[in-house]
Design a protein around this ligand. Sequence first.
Ligand SMILES: Nc1nc2c(c(=O)[nH]1)N[C@H]1C(S)=C(S)[C@@H](COP(=O)(O)O)O[C@H]1N2
Ligand SMILES: [Mo]
Length: 255
Amino acid sequence: MKSSQKDHQPEELTTEQQVRRRTLKAFAWFGLAALVPVGVWKWITGSPKEAGLRKPLRRVLGANERVFESTLRPGSRVPTFPKNKAARVARVNGSDGLRSPVELEGYKIRVEQPSRPPLDVSLAELRALPKQEIVFDLKCIEGWSQVQHWGGVSFADFVTHYGLPTHLDYVGMETPDQKYYVGLDTASALHPQTLLAYELNGQSLTDLRHGAPLRLIIPVKYGVKNLKRIGTIAFTNTRPRDFWAERGYDYFIGL
Ligand SMILES: Nc1nc2c(c(=O)[nH]1)N[C@H]1C(S)=C(S)[C@@H](COP(=O)(O)O)O[C@H]1N2
Ligand SMILES: [Mo]
């Protein structure tokens, strides 16, 4: 009886022993805590890819995008410059979707929208619409910018003329060979400074490297969205694929 009573008595530890126990405990917690970031890392790297990014990272980027999507205030314009400020020779950058052969004679773009047959529009028809010119600073995500002078039909005028839908969320554009493609929020596409451009520096756009015969000029976006050599334009409610978003860049990539 006496001995069992003794068994239940709390053991007496020396101060030294207590310190050692607490140190061990602290190390055990430290070790466990260190496993958390390892687990998070494995969770991220093991998760499926979504538009070129691991899903959790794409979700964070998506949340950021939603903040910036709405920064385009109605009535806002990017700065413009007098024509003599434009580069005499525009810089060339990017040739994705431009390496396939192209027939400039009788060039037409294809316009697609839900539950309507596709529409083929010739350059002559686009040239017959009112011409707009813009001198603006084209900004490339690679870290350079250049003041350039472009002319063409405003995308909003084109949409009005052909009665194309403005209530859908997106406009997707692709090169004829479908090797370069961009997705645009409709508000940015309809921005008054967005052009379907067929002139560079007051001359007919003939340089294939700049997107002849027709390219997009969308000054509210970085260079990547200014698709050269437009083949198709599609109005849609599902987010169009985007060449650089698939490679991890921001989908909206506005200024
Ligand atoms: N088809 C196509 N369009 C494109 C690209 C491309 O690689 N292919 N590059 C983009 C990029 S990154 C920039 S900065 C601009 C450059 O246009 P520029 O060569 O006429 O100056 O075109 C954009 N449009
Ligand atoms: Mo660019």
